[in-house]
Design a protein around this ligand. Structure first.
Ligand SMILES: Nc1nc2c(ncn2[C@@H]2O[C@H](COP(=O)(O)OP(=O)(O)OP(=O)(O)O)[C@@H](O)[C@H]2O)c(=O)[nH]1
Length: 941
């Protein structure tokens, strides 16, 4: 018999290789690594040191060689569980189970399976026995035994069973003998696929069925049965009973593709026992299938003695084996496990393949793990944050999904560019005053364009050639203020649409907004929209009351109207400057500019460092036939020079030439200076941030990375930012405390009435607020959606619908729009959302009870209560209390571990057995009742 390796013995003992190594050292044996072989006497010594917990190997050995005496099965009678997979209900403990701790859970509840095997062999014994028993139940089948049985079964599953069909020339390979060579895809452990071997006379359904022992697929965790069909990887498990995915909520019963194959090999663990036994099939021989298969074989080599495969393993194989040995098994596959604190950052829209890449795992394995957790996804499918969180928790990683801003920061980080640190590192000495950047907003036809023209024509700095001013998207004016020459930059695209679109891209371009209101018209819907957009961005507003040349102009009326919207004129004691102007007649334009200066000086600290590479924002861009991409950019800090390498959004290139608003060439542009730039590879979007890089290569690579990030983001976009239903949770998580609304209605009366009623909702507490950030009359427009996007708002449409294509846009941006035609319905919805937003009150809700049937003590896990769920469900992480003879022995416990057979389970339902670990609490006795409960939120009335 081959010598065992440390890790193999460790596995038998249910300890880690590391622990085994240190124990060996303790007992005076020096062994260099986990893959070193150890002499039988040393193995004995080591096992003796763990005498408390019988080694798995003990169970296995008999299997390999001669079967141990079967233990009276069903010592523990059975429980109701009609579904028990295993025929008999062997007592885990009884059967020299490998290690009690592993097995407890699986004590089958005695539910004798009518059809299956007649007898109820002890787990350990059963496996080997069966083959011998001739066609009795296939070993695999027998294996179903939970814990103890597990080992036995595995062998079947994997090692034990050569895949019948695989060797057409093995005459004796009847499925019977084969002891249930597992066939992954087929119903996993148990059944040899009869049809596979045309030359095996005995092959037929019958044996296979036998073998089956294979309980009818049970809803809940029947998977214990070796035979239990198991999707995907599960199957792979080799006969090992595993929690059936179907017992998980929301589970989909489709098999996880990936795992399946893997399973084939029967990942050897545990299987060795039986596997070795039937040298007939050749240990593990069944499934030499890829690496895993190989493993199965290796493990079977526990029973390798029987094997004809004594060939030496290559170093690589050994190394792989060791690696796999060290990796934990989750969901039936091996994945590198984190320590619980390792943070893995993933971009929004990432897939399992991306995660696999980061944690150096096999994507297919992650598919299986996720399936095990109750969710189906392909390796390349974009997953949401919640799914990654659950998966991360299972794997021991903290997964963080990064926002677009973080994402961009990370991209720049990878090039050693940290804009924040750069800005923070600047001292007051580095900063110089810069001009304010102004956006003109207002209702249609109130004179925005005319005003911008008036300002430009009177104040634009003349070009050298005195050339004709041209539209480049922004311009700078110069004027004298308090004896000094001051400049202001105007964005030449009037309206809040462009303003909010840029904000949506993360660009903070505007320092001050000029709100133009025609004195002969008054405050109109877009006036309000514009002021709401400016307020939402926290930008100070200066009001230009235009068209005062008109006889019907009534500037005072405008002041009065705007007061209602929170813009109180200075002359009324407020802090908003109102300037009466006439754009047509160039009246008071200077006063307006003066007011803008004063407001800027009062409210803002406008400084930037001019002595560094330029950073800024693209204002607008177009593709010119002769000149290629032409972009107007606004320098926000640093100085932009011709010849600089820059990247703007996903466009990059070298600045070939720069022009100002007069069409004159410029060689450098200081902060707040808008210039037209030639030389970019493509056209950036308005609002794209730009920066100058050291070389062209860096610029190109940043652009490429951004492009890739955008592609990913588009994939994941169709997700709601925030919905009424989610407020609750968002508030509970501390993400928000204000419900932002945008109200659009068919008539202003209705909008006002709705807003009034909403504001009167008695929330009762002041930890949650309602804020209407914009209201207006007419269809829901793209601007509304933009604003909702930026400020995370919900749009309420009262008797109005979205304008053309806005629906799709809102959907793309993940903005929640709700439509009502009855005012009370809207109020009801918002009210309940708000009430949900209040900090939740919790009450205890009982989940289920489990009766302790047998307590297993393990040095590793402490006490494990082998229990039968008597009612409801037992859920991992749920709160628990222990009741003994009707009295509560301990409160405030937690179901810290929950296992079905050898695998972790999320929950176990009534009628099933499981192993429950209560953390450090060890005072558990047979007959105790474990009551589990959860604190659930109480609905508010
Ligand atoms: N009497 C008078 N008419 C003005 C004044 N300012 C603008 N107008 C006129 O108002 C009309 C609309 O002016 P625009 O500057 O195009 O208005 P706007 O706000 O830019 O309009 P949109 O671009 O459609 O949003 C034009 O016919 C202007 O001549 C003013 O101060 N006095």
């Amino acid at each position: 018999m081959a010598k065992l390796r440390v890790h193999e013995v460790a596995k038998q003992l249910g300890i880690t290789s590391k622990e085994a190594l240190s124990k060996l050292q303790d007992i005076g044996e020096f062994v260099s690594s986990a893959s070193s072989t150890i002499e039988p006497p040393v193995v004995k010594k080591l096992k003796a040191a763990y005498a408390d917990a019988p080694a798995k190997g003990d169970a296995k050995k008999p299997a390999a060689g001669k079967p141990s005496a079967p233990k009276p099965a069903g010592k523990k009678p059975a429980a109701p569980a009609a579904q028990k997979p295993s025929p008999a209900a062997p007592k885990p403990g009884a059967s020299s189970a490998p290690s009690k701790d592993a097995a407890p859970a699986e004590k089958p509840a005695a539910a004798p399976q009518a059809k299956q095997t007649p007898a109820a062999p002890t787990p350990a014994s059963s496996a080997p026995e069966k083959p011998a028993a001739s066609n009795a139940p296939k070993p695999g089948a027998a294996a179903p035994k939970p814990g103890p049985a597990a080992p036995a079964s595995k062998p079947n599953g994997r090692g034990g069973g050569g895949r019948p069909g695989n060797n057409p020339f093995t005459p004796k390979h009847s499925s019977d003998e084969r002891s249930g060579g597992p066939r992954p895809s087929g119903g996993r452990g148990g059944g040899p696929r009869p049809g596979n071997n045309p030359f095996a006379p005995k092959q037929g359904m019958k044996p296979s069925r036998n073998d089956g022992d294979r309980p009818a697929p049970r809803p809940g965790g029947s998977r214990g049965a070796a035979g239990a069909p198991r999707p995907g990887g599960a199957a792979g498990q080799g006969g090992g009973p595993r929690p059936n995915p179907s017992m998980m909520p929301g589970q989909i019963s489709r098999p996880a593709p990936a795992g399946g194959g893997r399973g084939a090999g029967g990942r050897g663990r545990g299987g060795g026992a039986a596997g070795g036994g039937p040298s007939t099939g050749g240990p593990g021989g069944g499934a030499p299938r890829g690496g895993r298969g190989g493993r199965g074989g290796t493990q079977g080599a526990f029973g390798r003695g029987g094997g004809s495969r004594k060939q030496r393993k290559s170093k690589r194989a050994k190394r792989q084996e060791l690696e796999q040995q060290q990796a934990p098994v989750v969901g039936g596959v091996k994945v590198p496990k984190g320590d619980g604190g390792t943070v893995v950052r993933l971009r929004r829209g990432s897939s399992l393949a991306d995660l696999a890449d980061k944690i150096k795992a096999d994507p297919a394995a992650l598919v299986t793990v996720l399936f095990h957790l109750g969710e189906m996804a392909t390796a390349n499918q974009s997953l949401d944050e919640g799914t990654f969180q659950v998966l991360g928790e299972e794997l021991g990683y903290k997964i963080e999904i990064v926002s677009p801003e973080d994402e961009d920061r990370e991209i720049l980080d990878s090039f050693d560019i940290d804009l924040e640190a750069e800005a923070e590192g600047e001292s007051a000495d580095d900063l110089a005053k810069r001009p304010a950047v102004v956006t003109v907003m207002g209702h249609v036809d109130h004179g925005k364009t005319r005003l911008l023209d008036a300002i430009r024509s009177t104040h634009v700095i003349e070009g050298e050639a005195g050339g004709i001013t041209q539209h480049i998207g922004a311009y700078q004016v110069s004027l004298e203020h308090e004896g000094k020459e001051r400049r202001l930059t105007f964005i030449d695209t009037p309206g809040h649409e462009a303003f909010t679109a840029m904000r949506a891209r993360g660009a903070k371009v505007t320092d001050i907004a000029v709100l133009v209101v025609a004195a002969d018209d008054g405050v109109m819907p877009q006036t309000v929209e514009a002021l709401n957009h400016a307020k939402a961005a926290g930008v100070p507003i200066v009001v230009a009351v235009n068209k005062i040349d008109k006889p019907e102009a009534s500037p005072d009326k405008i002041r009065g109207q705007l007061t209602e919207y929170g813009l109180v004129p200075e002359e009324y004691g407020g802090d908003t400057m109102f300037v009466d102007v006439s754009a047509r007649q160039n009246m008071h334009i200077d006063d307006l500019l003066e007011a803008v200066m004063l407001t800027a000086d009062a409210a803002l600290e406008l400084r930037a460092n001019p002595d560094k590479d330029a950073r800024g924002v693209a204002i607008e861009a177009n593709l010119d036939k002769g000149r290629g991409a032409v972009a107007t950019v606004l320098v926000q800090s640093g100085t932009l020079r011709v010849g600089d390498n820059m990247v703007a959004g996903t466009a990059h290139g070298r600045v070939r030439a720069m022009f100002d608003e007069n069409g004159d060439t410029v060689s450098e542009a200081l902060p707040s200076r808008p210039v037209q730039v030639l030389g970019l590879s493509t056209v950036p979007r308005a609002g794209d941030l730009f920066l100058v890089t050291e070389d062209d290569r860096t610029a190109r690579q940043i652009a490429e990375k951004r492009e890739a990030a955008e592609r990913n983001a588009t994939l994941a976009r169709r997700r709601k930012r925030i919905t009424l239903e989610e407020f609750d949770q968002a508030v509970a998580e501390g993400k928000i405390d204000t419900l932002n609304l945008i109200i659009k209605g068919d008539v202003s009366g209705a909008v006002e009435a709705l807003e009034d009623s909403l504001m009167k909702i008695d929330i009762g507490e002041d930890d949650v607020q309602l804020r209407v950030i914009h209201r207006g009359v007419g269809a829901i427009t793209q601007n509304d959606v933009n604003l909702a996007t930026v400020d995370n708002a919900i749009i309420i449409g009262f008797n109005v619908r979205p304008a053309e294509r806005v629906n799709e846009y809102a959907d793309e941006e993940g903005v929640d729009m709700r439509f009502y035609s009855v005012i009370y319905d809207a109020i009801d919805d918002i009210e309940s959302a708000l009430k949900g937003m209040l900090k939740p009150e919790y009450e205890e809700v009982q989940l289920g009870t489990a009766e302790v049937r047998e307590v297993f003590r393990s040095s590793k896990w402490g006490s494990i209560a082998g229990s039968l769920v008597m009612s409801g469900i037992v859920r991992r992480n749920a709160s628990a209390r222990l009741v003994r003879d009707g009295a509560v022995v301990a409160n405030d416990l937690k179901i810290e571990s929950l296992r079905r057979f050898k695998d972790d389970a999320t929950e176990v339902r009534e009628g099933y057995e499981c192993g429950i670990g209560l953390g450090k609490f060890n005072d558990i006795k047979d007959g105790d009742i474990i009551e589990t409960y959860e604190m659930q939120e109480k609905p508010r009335v």
